[in-house]
Write a protein that binds this ligand. Structure first.
Ligand code: X5A
Ligand code: ZN
Length: 650
């Protein structure tokens, strides 16, 4: 049992009792729709289902004042007129006689989820709750939120388990100003929020939702944004609002359900995979249900469905990323001197000018209509019977493989194997021919959807030839785009003519762009350089290419540490629907094969260790590649430029 689902049906017992167009979207059906979706797709059955209990008043007191708790308690006995009058004292809030009970259950659910994850009963989980929490403050209800579920969960994780670094990722479309205020001066809780802002013209209309808000006092730099691993959290809490999803009447953005699978997967490389997600907003019932399913499916370890659409970031998003970097740079060594303009100053919107996003989005209704066909597709997506298979070159070689991994015993037909081997006359003989037979069979399983992903251990010196066979086999089997991330001494097969293969070689002395589909970069020696390379180069290229299959090939002298290989494999699970084959040379690296098997099964990669700034040469190499590749691979524009000097690229 890996994923907890915390719920109590009593949380459907609060609802709006009078007319209020702003508040009516926060309705009980949000929970029932999400739950029905999970049930219909068989996801609820795969979770450890926990029934929420009310949080105690002491637990509420970790964030809220006794006076405020007493005020909410009193709403149990008020009549409709009194409730309405009290609600008016707050912004976008309604009270119901059951509000106190529901809000305590919502907090209780978040706390139970943290307990389940931190005691190791589960890896991760989702609390399906209402009312939501992230707008609520010490002494105020706000934006449908009564008690701050996620903030109380973070305090609980600190107090009960002694955690020292907690990351809160808030992907609700609204800024969770409540969480921000509560942890404003607390460096142990890093609050990251992305939200619709419109230069202050989107609810909750606050200046402090902007990038320049970085926290106060000791907490400076612990509000808003940072690049991944340096904070190295022990727990990730997600304020999981789905009001940025396609069709949502409140957010009016267009995130597809698949986006939430990928967001979830990206979080999974942090904190050893300890993720506690708590529902916040999300007001289009069907879109909410699908998005919740995508998240839970990913928490359970299922592969992420490919992201469709144009892989081009929009200008205003690039501007936002840029201003966050500028604001955060003083507080993070990993961002220092990191203000090389991504955009020319002329492209900025002057404050006050009419902003394109404020206009009614003409494709909003069309987007909404597009939801229904999507749903059918979702149900049809098959889960392969085998998650991870490993083909070993030498049968029976020390099998310290994690449970759940299938050892590939079966081989391709002898004639077929020999036919492929003939391409490389002398290279496949005896043992390596046997290994090739198994690898071909494993690859066939991945291409046919029988196996999700795999590891192929090749005999000594056979890696390059094996990679070549794999590529040709994939292309002849109808794969249109194959991403090959090659490490160590592996050359791109010479007769690869078309754009069907994106070959990214991480090794060598020089960064070089042979073509838009043949790229070389040195392997960075620092953690900072390595992260910039993976997050700033490999990932945008991989998502931009939209491959059908990913090949990660570790050739001779690849130089990757196990934790680095694990992170790379982990992020490469994203772009091709999880179809990834890792090729590693020789049994001498069985520990590596084991580590790879663990992440391919869905476990979090181990920590990369202490953070070391990227070296000037590493930065220069990445900048050079970025500049040359950006015209074709637009997602590179969204990646943080590697830290370093601002000197322009020659
Ligand atoms: C939790 C949440 C939104 C309030 C919007 C008020 N609240 N216009 O999404
Ligand atoms: Zn929201």
């Amino acid at each position: 049992m890996g994923t907890a689902l915390v719920y109590h049906e009593d949380m459907t017992a609060t609802r709006l009792l009078w007319d209020d167009p702003e508040c009516e979207i926060e309705c009980p059906e949000r929970l029932t729709a999400a739950l029905d979706g999970l049930r219909q797709r068989g996801l609820q059955q795969r979770c450890l289902c926990l029934t929420a209990c009310e949080a105690s008043e002491e637990e509420l007191g970790m964030v809220h004042s006794p006076e405020y708790v007493a005020l909410v308690r009193r709403t149990q006995t008020l009549d409709k007129e009194e409730l309405q009058a009290l609600s008016k004292q707050f912004d976008a809030v309604y009270f119901h006689p059951n509000t106190f009970h529901c809000a305590r259950l919502a907090v209780g659910a978040a706390l139970q989820l943290v307990d389940a994850v931190l005691t190791g009963a589960v890896h991760n989980g989702l609390a399906l709750v209402r009312p939501p929490g992230h707008h609520s403050q010490k002494e105020a209800a706000n934006g449908f939120c009564v008690f701050n579920n996620v903030a109380i969960a973070a305090k609980h994780a600190k107090q009960k388990y002694g955690l020292q670094r907690i990351l809160i990722v808030d992907w609700d479309i609204h800024h969770g100003q409540g969480i921000q205020y509560i942890f404003d001066d607390d460096p142990s809780v890093l609050y990251f929020s992305w939200h619709r802002y419109e230069h202050g013209r989107f609810w909750p209309f606050l200046q402090e939702s902007d990038a320049h808000a970085v926290g106060q006092g000791q907490g400076q730099g612990f509000t808003v944004n940072l690049p991944w691993n340096q904070f190295d959290p022990e727990l990730v809490l997600v304020s999981a609002g789905f009001d940025s999803a396609i069709g949502d009447p409140e957010g009016r953005m267009r995130a597809t359900p698949e986006c939430f699978a990928h967001l979830t997967q990206l979080m999974q490389v942090l904190a050893g995979g300890r993720i506690c997600a708590v529902l916040e907003g999300g007001y289009h019932l069907e879109s909410l249900a699908q998005s919740v399913c995508m998240m839970v499916q990913t928490l359970l370890g299922d592969p992420t469905p490919p992201l469709l659409g144009l892989m081009v970031p929009c200008q205003s998003a690039l501007e936002s990323i840029q201003s966050v970097q500028t604001a955060q740079a003083p507080h993070w060594t990993s961002l220092q001197q990191n203000v090389a303009p991504v955009l020319g100053p002329s492209t900025r919107f002057p404050e006050g000018r009419s902003l394109p996003l404020l206009a009614e989005n003409p494709t909003y209704e069309a987007a909404e209509a597009a939801l229904s066909p999507l749903q059918g597709e979702l149900c049809l997506r098959p889960t392969p019977p085998i998650c991870t298979a490993v083909a070993l070159a030498v049968p029976g070689a020390a099998l310290a493989l994690p449970p759940g991994v299938l050892l590939q015993e079966e081989s391709a037909l002898r004639e077929e194997t020999e036919a492929w081997a003939r391409l490389h006359k002398s290279l496949f003989q005896d043992e390596s021919l046997v290994a090739l037979g198994k690898i071909l069979c494993l690859l066939g399983g991945i291409l046919d959807g029988q196996v999700r992903n795999g590891i192929a251990v090749t005999a000594a010196l056979a890696t390059a030839a094996t990679v070549e066979v794999i590529i040709q086999r994939c292309l002849s089997h109808g794969a249109q785009r194959l991403l090959c991330v090659a490490l160590g001494q592996l050359d791109r097969p010479l007769d690869l003519a078309d754009d069907g293969v994106l070959w990214l070689n991480i090794r060598g002395k020089e960064a070089a762009v042979e073509s838009m589909f043949h790229i070389s970069t040195p392997l960075p020696q620092t953690t900072g350089g390595f992260l910039s390379c993976i997050l700033g180069l490999v990932l945008p290229l991989a998502y931009g290419f939209q491959p059908d299959v990913v090949l990660m090939a570790l050739g001779p002298a690849h130089g990757l540490q196990n934790a680095q290989a694990a992170l790379l494999a982990s992020v490469l699970r994203g772009p091709a629907g999880g179809r990834i084959l890792a090729v590693v040379e020789e049994e001498s690296i069985l520990q590596l094969a084991r580590t790879l098997a663990q992440v391919l099964l869905g476990e979090a990669p181990p920590s990369l260790g202490p953070f070391l700034m990227a070296s000037p040469e590493e930065i220069r190499a990445l900048r050079l590649l970025k500049a040359q590749l950006e015209p074709r691979w637009k997602l590179l524009q969204a990646a943080a430029p590697p830290p370093g000097s601002c000197s322009p690229i020659a």
